[in-house]
Design a protein. Structure first.
Length: 243
């Protein structure tokens, strides 16, 4: 099987026209590139104990690449008008990615980054399968860099934002009033308080509280971690952490 895929990919132009064709060698190269890129992302996600890990990312990227090559074949050999398989795969992987999202008992969305990473790898696999090696490789390495390097910057910026949410466990529901009084005295504005029903029979009073820093002193000198550490020293606080 051999037919030409018309692309203007810089890497294809550099290596030679054979890599832009659908042949046994170009197929092996595309699948190999998919495995390498997906392994990088999958290992990164697995090391951080996320639901979709090493094998999931490889399978998603390989299936995307295969779908792109099949669509190229059908368009070339049977005059298909649209890439049906690739379109169906994008829809299916969007559903799978959405299903990786979970809500924790602290009202926190879990798995959002992993879901988006899976969706992104779908398109990277499609690019490589379609012969757009340069786009696929650059996108894959950029995704790897984003997942590895940006969390530190994101945490730094988040810890210095004027708005944050906390998961609060009080030993008794009557302790909520003195706690809110303490928040206001520190220079924190309470934007919202929600009782968490997941802990209804635990003997604790658990809340999700949205806060804004209104005190200029707090804005200038204190991070979220320092504020939470100070609040955790209160006798009636069983547990407090940012979400």
């Amino acid at each position: 099987m051999k037919f030409l895929l018309l692309t203007n990919d810089p890497l294809s132009n550099l290596i030679g026209p054979w890599i832009s064709e659908i042949n046994i060698w170009s197929i092996l190269i595309r699948l190999f590139i998919c495995i390498i890129l997906a392994s990088m992302i999958g290992i990164e996600r697995s090391n951080k104990r996320h639901s979709a890990g090493f094998r999931t990312f490889i399978l998603v990227t390989l299936s995307s690449s295969i779908a792109a090559m099949l669509d190229i074949y059908f368009i070339s050999q049977f005059n298909a008008q649209i890439p049906i398989i690739s379109g169906a795969l994008v829809v299916a992987l969007s559903i799978i990615s959405a299903n990786t999202l979970l809500y924790s008992s602290k009202n926190k969305i879990i798995g959002l980054t992993t879901a988006i990473a899976l969706w992104t790898m779908t398109f990277i696999g499609l690019c490589i399968g379609a012969g757009f090696y340069t786009v696929g490789l650059i996108s894959g390495f950029l995704l790897f860099i984003i997942l590895n390097l940006l969390p530190g910057l994101e945490s730094y910026l988040k810890d210095r934002s004027n708005h944050f949410e906390i998961h609060l466990e009080l030993k008794n529901k009557t302790d909520l009033q003195p706690f809110t009084t303490t928040l206001r005295q520190l220079g924190l504005h309470i934007d919202d308080i929600e009782s968490n029903p997941a802990y209804l029979n635990s003997g604790l009073s658990v809340y999700t509280i949205s806060l804004s820093i209104v005190s200029n002193e707090l804005k200038k000198y204190k991070t979220h971690s320092e504020i939470i550490e100070a609040l955790s020293s209160l006798d009636y606080v069983n547990c407090i952490e940012e979400i």
